[in-house]
Design a binder for this molecule. Structure first.
Ligand code: PLP
Length: 220
């Protein structure tokens, strides 16, 4: 199946209230253009340098989502154009995004990443850390960022019960956060292998790579 066909098949299977981020990391610009020409405008990358190169080379109406772990000293490279940052996991990072957004007179949409997996290797905040951030004085002064929701990654396992339990946990935190912050409406959870479960558990944004573009040479 072509990229366009795979994309359209997935899109048709998604309800209207679910946003698809097509994860194009490691894939060449020509693959992204195939999806773009099929009408898709939202792409996700996880490495700053690759993100910047693709933004420079590709049509300017593409909305670029940074889905990977962000190093603070690299925020400046994407602050001009990035449309959403999914992996925000500290107040310091949020403050840096705010500072760089201000230079470009922008307000950058951010998702706070919550640690839901069994594995230590996945980034993210514990629930208590999330509340500590949003209740801090520093947070209240950030005018160039907007917390629009939460993001999480389930454990890499074939155990559906485990995955579902982790997504349920994230949904519960999301529902609570909605009561605390006015702009919260996005729950980014679900990838190629688990997006159907994620949607059943309340996801509003899925990040799908390999099911659209084919498998990658290395797993990141
Ligand atoms: C790579 C990646 C995805 C997409 O993974 P697939 O299994 O290819 O769909 C989703 N989210 C994050 C954070 C990723 O790094």
């Amino acid at each position: 199946m072509s990229i366009a066909t795979k994309l359209q098949t997935i899109k048709k299977s998604l309800a209207d209230n679910i946003t698809l981020v097509a994860v194009s990391k490691t894939k060449p610009n020509e693959d992204i253009l195939k999806a773009y020409k099929a009408g898709h405008k939202i792409f996700g990358e996880n490495k700053i340098q690759e993100l910047v190169q693709k933004w420079e080379a590709l049509p300017k109406d593409i909305q670029w989502h940074m889905i990977g772990h962000v190093q603070r000293n690299k925020v400046k490279y994407m602050a001009e154009f990035v449309s959403m940052i999914h992996g925000v996991d500290s107040l310091k990072l949020l403050m840096e995004i705010n500072k760089q957004a201000k230079k470009h007179n922008r307000k950058i949409n951010c998702l706070l990443q919550i640690h839901i997996a069994n594995e230590d290797t996945k980034f993210g905040l514990e629930e208590s850390e999330l509340y500590a951030i949003i209740n801090s004085e520093e947070f209240k002064q950030l005018e160039n960022i907007k917390i629009v929701g939460l993001m999480g990654m389930a454990t890499f396992t074939s155990d559906e019960v485990q995955i579902r339990k982790e997504f349920k946990h994230l949904k519960r935190v999301f529902d609570h956060l909605k009561k605390l912050l006015a702009d919260v409406s996005i729950l980014s959870m679900g990838m190629s292998s688990d997006f159907s479960i994620a949607i059943e558990e309340g996801s509003t944004m899925v990040r799908i790579g390999s099911s659209i573009f084919g498998s990658r040479n290395y797993s990141t």
